[in-house]
Design a protein around this ligand. Structure first.
Ligand SMILES: NC(=O)c1ccc[n+]([C@@H]2O[C@H](COP(=O)([O-])OP(=O)(O)OC[C@H]3O[C@@H](n4cnc5c(N)ncnc54)[C@H](OP(=O)(O)O)[C@@H]3O)[C@@H](O)[C@H]2O)c1
Length: 164
């Protein structure tokens, strides 16, 4: 059985998206996302897939969850439920759920590791949020120093948590 991990960039008030896009495009975060997920299957909702400017992300199996029976796009695997996505990755060591809000909500109970980019701000006009993380269920295994995005000026850090 694969370990199911979640990777997400999250503000202090759990905001993750607005109008189908990320809240911040932090270059160091995008590099970290690539480094962590490269070579591993990535599981995502159809809306997150459609937010990518250049289609499927290279070097990874892109597994897209949709209820649409006739959905199609290049270089992706299509499944009709989260469980079907989990079944599709059962022979790999670690697979990453990469969003968005609907899929995170369903996947959080199944996942054993969280890779957070904690962005030190509140975004009140976001329209997509990560579910509440119950701190009693998780322990921090790794945490970076606090960093600053040179473009937006926002502070952030990488935190990895494992389910207790
Ligand atoms: N901050 C971050 O790290 C991060 C990461 C990823 C995404 N985001 C943001 O999150 C937002 C997108 O999230 P979202 O919640 O709107 O959409 P989403 O979770 O990406 O996709 C939702 C879609 O997934 C399909 N789906 C969901 N549950 C399903 C199920 N049980 N069975 C079958 N299909 C299912 C449906 O597709 P159909 O409608 O086709 O049936 C649904 O419309 C964007 O703003 C994006 O930028 C942020």
């Amino acid at each position: 059985m694969a370990q199911i991990s979640i990777i997400v960039a999250i503000t202090r008030n759990n905001a993750i998206g607005r109008s189908g896009d990320l809240l911040f495009h932090i270059s160091e975060d995008l590099k970290q996302f690539k480094a962590v997920t490269m070579g591993h299957p990535i599981i995502m909702g159809r809306k997150t897939f459609e937010s990518f400017p250049n289609g499927a992300l290279p070097g990874r199996r892109n597994i897209v969850i949709t209820r649409q029976g006739d959905y199609n796009a290049e270089n992706i695997e299509i499944v009709n439920s989260l469980q079907a996505a989990v079944d599709a990755v059962k022979d790999t060591d670690e697979a990453f759920v990469i969003g968005g809000g609907e899929i995170y909500r369903q996947a959080l109970p199944l996942c054993s590791r969280l890779y957070l980019t904690e962005i030190d701000t509140e975004i009140t006009d976001a329209d997509t949020f990560f579910p509440e993380i119950n701190c009693n269920e998780w322990e921090i295994t790794e945490q970076s120093d606090i960093k600053q995005d040179p473009r937006s000026g926002v502070q952030f850090r990488f935190t990895c948590l494992s389910r207790k």
